[in-house]
Design a protein around this ligand. Structure first.
Ligand code: NAD
Length: 472
């Protein structure tokens, strides 16, 4: 196998090994953490709308059972294979550890191009996939909990929840078998945009560290930073939306059909509207079409967010990347060789298993909501409002100052579900970033943040085994 052909799972393991060498854990313990516990590959027939029959290949990998349930998305893509699901499942294990979500890692995939199937065909595929997982005990609130990923969304999650609960109607916690569901099916406010919102929180926090920005020759703060996004799907679109809200300028977009650029800024919503109508971002008014979609990655910018697929920045194109900061919205978009080369050039790479963890953080909140059968904020929102009002009234009495009803309403607002979800997400992403910087500092800033995030994950997972007395 040439250097370029290192498999995705091997790349994840290379990153793991680099970090593991910095820890003092028993080699046997490191082997247990690194290996993938179980992989299920299955096929089933699909009767197409025109009567043809096609055999569908599908997988589910559960990488680590050190905590249960295992958790990870389901992707629909022609690139799905056993190596990919194992790599993505491993990344989920490390991701959950970095953001303190008490789950093991898993991932599923179906080898299809979802654009090539009707809605009815996709429903039949998704329901049969779920049925097969149920048969083998690969799904359930305390077993393994899927979520959306590339090519899937709330609609597919609703089909999964419906199939699962139809097969086990007496299971009180049935809907907790999957997250990323529509609200009416037990979903949670803020899940759909959580990964992108999390990537934006991370990017803002990165830009706010004056010392790191100075080292990159940049001013602190997100305002005015030039951003390029690859992939205008769930993660890419929402990341771009929140970064623009914080004052960043979207100067380039790379999509499946090609890439566009405008150094003065692209109107995100208008690009999305055009793509809905014409199925292309190309020929957008005021923007330049680039020769190929890969050229988008090489645009002059401050921040690059690859948010499409793995293996996009490799040893081949890494030397031509001009961004000073790369925030991995996708899983595995920068190969391990490329990551080393970029680090050597002083490019700050924010690793996937931290940067895009917002989705699993809010999935965890959704799972908790499903298990508790109550919406966050339902019990305390009004109580909080009344308590704040009592405090404000006391202030009025003691200061002879009176607040207008508008001021009272604004200052006494209790937290609803969306407020609590977004606040929990922000706190998790910000806290984790500073922990990774501390780990990097412990290693005298001689390691990159990816290695720091692996060290963090390995240490946290190792404790679970050490507590059992298996390893010293
Ligand atoms: P999505 O299907 O919603 O969007 C992917 C987008 O990328 C689509 O618009 C597609 O057209 C585009 N695309 C595909 N190939 C491309 C290419 N070669 N160049 C440019 N654009 C291309 O998927 P998503 O859910 O946004 O997931 C994207 C990535 O983020 C994946 O790596 C996924 O594993 C990761 N991720 C997703 C979530 C989540 O909550 N959805 C969470 C964590 C990580």
């Amino acid at each position: 196998m040439s250097k370029q052909d290192v498999s995705f799972f091997d790349q994840v393991n290379r990153n793991f090994d680099r970090a593991a060498a910095l820890t003092k854990h028993h080699p046997g313990l490191l082997q247990i953490i690194k290996n993938c516990n179980s992989v299920y590959h299955f096929t089933f027939p699909l009767e197409k709308d025109n009567g043809d029959v096609e055999v569908i290949h599908a997988w589910r990998a559960e990488h680590s059972h050190h905590k249960l349930p295992t958790k990870g998305g389901i992707r629909y893509s022609t690139g799905v294979n056993e190596d990919e699901v194992m790599a993505l499942a491993a990344l989920m294990t490390y991701k959950c550890a970095v953001v303190d979500v008490p789950f093991g890692g898993a991932k599923g995939g179906i080898k299809i191009d979802n654009r090539a199937y009707s809605k009815d065909e996709l429903e039949r595929i998704t329901r049969r996939y779920t049925f097969e997982l149920v048969k083998k005990n690969f799904i359930g609130a305390g077993i393994d909990v899927p979520a959306p990923d590339f090519g899937t969304g709330p609609r597919e999650m609703a089909w999964i929840a419906d199939t699962f609960t139809a097969l086990a109607p007496d299971k009180l916690d049935g809907p907790a078998c999957v997250t990323g569901k529509p609200l009416a099916q037990g979903g949670i406010r803020g899940r759909a945009e959580a990964t992108g919102r999390g990537v934006a929180f991370v990017t803002r926090e990165v830009c706010n560290v004056a010392e790191d920005m100075k080292a990159l020759g940049l001013q602190p703060g997100l305002a005015g930073k030039r951003v390029v996004i690859q992939g205008l799907g769930n993660v890419g679109y929402n990341t771009a939306k929140f970064l623009i809200q914080e004052g960043a300028i979207l100067v380039g977009i790379s999509e499946y059909e090609g890439a566009i650029a405008n150094p003065d800024g692209l109107d995100l919503e208008k690009v999305v509207d055009q793509r809905l109508q014409t199925k292309s971002v190309l020929n957008f008014p005021g923007a330049t079409n680039l020769p190929s979609r890969m050229d988008g990655l090489e645009l002059d910018c401050d921040i690059l967010v690859p948010a499409a697929l793995e293996n996009q920045i490799t040893a081949e194109n890494a030397p031509r990347i001009k961004a000073k900061v790369i925030v991995e919205g996708a899983n595995g978009p920068v190969t391990s060789d490329a990551s080393e080369a970029l680090d050597a050039r002083g490019v700050l790479v924010i690793p996937d298993h931290y940067a895009n963890a917002g989705g699993v953080v809010v999935s965890y909140f959704e799972w908790l909501k499903n298990l508790s059968h109550v919406r966050f904020g339902r019990m305390e929102k009004r109580f909080e409002e009344q308590a704040y009002r009592r405090i404000l009234k006391t202030v009025e009495r003691n200061t002879q100052r009176s607040f207008s009803e508008q001021e009272l309403a604004a200052a006494s607002q209790g937290a609803d579900e969306a407020d609590l979800v977004n606040s929990g997400l922000e706190d998790t992403m910000v806290t984790a970033f500073h922990r990774l910087r501390e780990i990097r500092a412990v290693h005298k800033n001689q390691i990159d943040l990816r290695t720091a995030a692996f060290v963090d994950a390995i240490d946290k997972i190792a404790i679970c085994y050490q507590d059992l007395g298996i390893f010293p």
